[in-house]
Design a protein around this ligand. Structure first.
Ligand SMILES: Nc1ncnc2c1ncn2[C@@H]1O[C@H](COP(=O)(O)OP(=O)(O)O)[C@@H](O)[C@H]1O
Ligand SMILES: [Mg+2]
Length: 561
């Protein structure tokens, strides 16, 4: 960031016109300058940066540039950043910027001195091509998110849950998709015996899951599932005093929007599990930008929204600031939107009635400025100009200001392949290109799958009944599972029913998008004719999550070491 005078009395700069021309105070991240009637710096207080944020605006209005500038500011302040690079144009943050007419024009308008330089970046890529491979295991992701990923039907998800339960009971490893395939083969081979022990396992359901697994595999799942799993702490590294900016290559990933959204959600929940409670720190431990955030919420059932709302609310005290980036502020549900304290609204178009509604809604989220009409301003904003309201020192939203956003110090636009490769080679952490060899795990699974059906089922049964409280061989009891369990544990049939209804996620099978929490039938609901046909009645015997130990806290899934 450009040099700035830092005096404590500058703290009033945000709201006091007498501070015109002042530089942003220490302990803040500069956004840009509101120039009318006077030039006033707009910024986010670092100590309030964990109160989350929202960047919105139509395509081409300057969202990515704003995000890039904020990422730089956080990095400079020693705060690591995680962001997804949806279009490939954020990768330039790893290289120094250079003078461009629009940059120089903007600098002149706002009195900013560019400090062209590269920022410390770690590139990540689920496919392992454009960055370090980022992996997790099948058991770590758990059956609920996996069902979502594969868009399984209720009956299929019931079977997947049984598969995870058996893996727990038999202490079978579930790292890779191949592991899961083998487990499913074994399930199909002894469907009859297992049905009587665990609930209905039909060959047809198993077959459907296996086909869905193949699709996931083709989307790149084979790269993504395996060991070594990403160490969440590697997303929070520093280079001297500067925070690393983790850039997830997401162009290809966006071809599978559900994989993209579920993965980021998974990452958030892992962050939640791993990070200690810190209350309100002087500055965040991590700032997480969730680009194309509409994919997270699109068609999501109420229970998922509630959980996302909960994660966003609670992750704050872990010192993680979540910044959603999306075109339309209406993409973000109210319950989540209310928690986003720091807001940058770029221009919106308002041709259609729906667009007009969005403008109106966006306008009402701001504390009005008597100097202009918020609604009109949203439609008039130029490129790289935004309505900005951040939390003031008291934690109240500041009066909205028309703000000219400062250009980034790093390059605006994509990095070249050779530049990227150099950055990757210089990464402070290493992950193997290929998943670690899991032959022995696979062999164990194969042995189980090939084993005599009766003996196996009997032994599974024995373990299931003699076990007091599972030490938890697998990570099936992840955050998401624990959430569901918590609801069930809180007791009553009503809670179970809420979960059941909610998890069923209406419309989750319509369209190919990201469509909400996976379905799980706890057996309370009435069966559709279709379900009866596939014979899911035995699901009624299956109590989900029953093997999960009770000592877990409300949101405390198993933590990684
Ligand atoms: N702060 C800014 N000042 C001046 N021009 C800007 C600014 N932000 C963006 N622009 C211009 O607008 C273009 C598109 O910005 P971008 O951030 O990619 O838009 P979006 O992400 O909303 O589609 C940039 O390449 C740049 O030319
Ligand atoms: Mg963009």
């Amino acid at each position: 960031m450009a040099k700035r005078k830092a005096a404590p009395e500058d703290d009033a700069a945000a709201t006091s016109p007498s501070r015109a021309g002042a530089k942003p105070p220490d302990g803040s991240v500069y956004i840009g300058q509101s120039i009318k009637p006077e030039s006033i710096p707009e910024f986010i207080w670092l100590r309030l940066a964990n109160r989350h944020g929202l960047i919105t605006g139509a395509t081409g209005t300057g969202k990515t540039v704003t995000l890039q500038g904020l990422a730089e500011g956080f990095s400079d302040a020693g705060v690591p950043v995680f962001c997804a690079d949806v279009k490939g144009d954020l990768s330039g943050v790893a290289e120094a910027g250079e003078p461009k007419p629009w940059i120089e024009a903007r600098d002149k308008e706002i009195g900013y001195t560019q400090d062209y330089r590269a920022y410390p970046v770690i590139f990540w890529d689920l496919f392992g091509e454009l960055g370090l491979p980022i992996r997790t295991t099948v058991s770590e992701m758990g059956p609920l998110l996996l069902s979502r990923l594969m868009d399984l039907s209720d009956a299929q998800e019931g079977v997947l849950n049984i598969a995870f339960k058996i893996a727990d009971d038999e202490k079978l490893p579930l790292s890779t998709l191949a592991n899961l395939q083998t487990l499913l083969e074994g399930l199909a081979a002894r469907a009859d015996t297992l049905t009587t022990k665990y609930g209905n396992v039909t060959k047809a359901s198993v077959g459907s899951i296996q086909r869905s697994l193949l699709v996931l595999d083709r989307q790149g799942g084979a790269h993504f599932f395996g060991k070594p799993v990403v160490n969440i702490k590697d997303l929070m590294l520093k280079d001297g005093g500067r925070g690393y900016i983790s850039v997830l290559a997401a162009e290809k990933l966006m071809e599978s929007p559900r994989l993209y959204a579920t993965f980021l959600l998974f990452l958030l929940s892992e962050l939640f599990e791993v990070m200690p409670e810190v209350g309100d720190p002087e500055k965040p431990n991590l700032v997480f930008f969730f680009d194309e955030a509409h994919l997270l919420f699109k068609d999501a059932p109420k229970a998922l929204l509630e959980k996302v709302e909960q994660v966003v609310r609670l992750i704050r005290s872990k010192g993680v600031g979540v910044y959603f980036v999306t075109q339309n502020p209406l993409d973000i549900p109210d319950t989540v939107s209310r928690q986003l304290g720091n807001r940058v609204q770029h221009a919106l178009r308002a041709f259609s009635p729906l667009e007009q509604k969005a403008v109106k809604a966006a306008a009402t989220t701001f504390r009005a400025n008597p100097a202009f009409d918020t609604e009109k301003a949203i439609m008039e904003l130029g490129t790289g100009e935004a309505l900005v309201s951040t939390l003031d020192e008291k934690g109240q939203p500041s009066i909205v200001q028309r703000t000219l956003v400062r250009p980034p110090n790093s390059r605006v636009g994509p990095i070249t392949d050779s530049e990227r490769n150099k950055v990757i080679a210089a990464s402070p952490v290493k992950y193997p290109e290929k998943p670690a060899d899991s032959d022995s795990e696979q062999a164990r699974l194969q042995q189980w799958a090939d084993g005599p059906a009766d003996a196996k089922a009997a032994s599974a049964d024995e373990k299931a009944t003699t076990k007091t409280s599972s030490g938890g061989a697998s990570r099936s009891d992840s955050f998401w599972t624990t959430l569901g369990k918590t609801i069930i544990r809180t007791g009553v049939p009503l809670a179970t029913k809420v979960l059941t209804d909610a998890l069923k996620g209406k419309g989750r099978r319509g369209g190919g998008g990201f469509t909400g929490f996976g379905a799980l039938d706890t057996g309370g609901g009435s069966k559709s004719a279709d379900q009866s046909k596939t014979g899911t009645s035995a699901e009624e015997e299956y109590v989900p999550f029953k093997s999960i130990p009770d000592e877990r806290g409300i949101l405390g899934g198993r933590k990684r070491s």
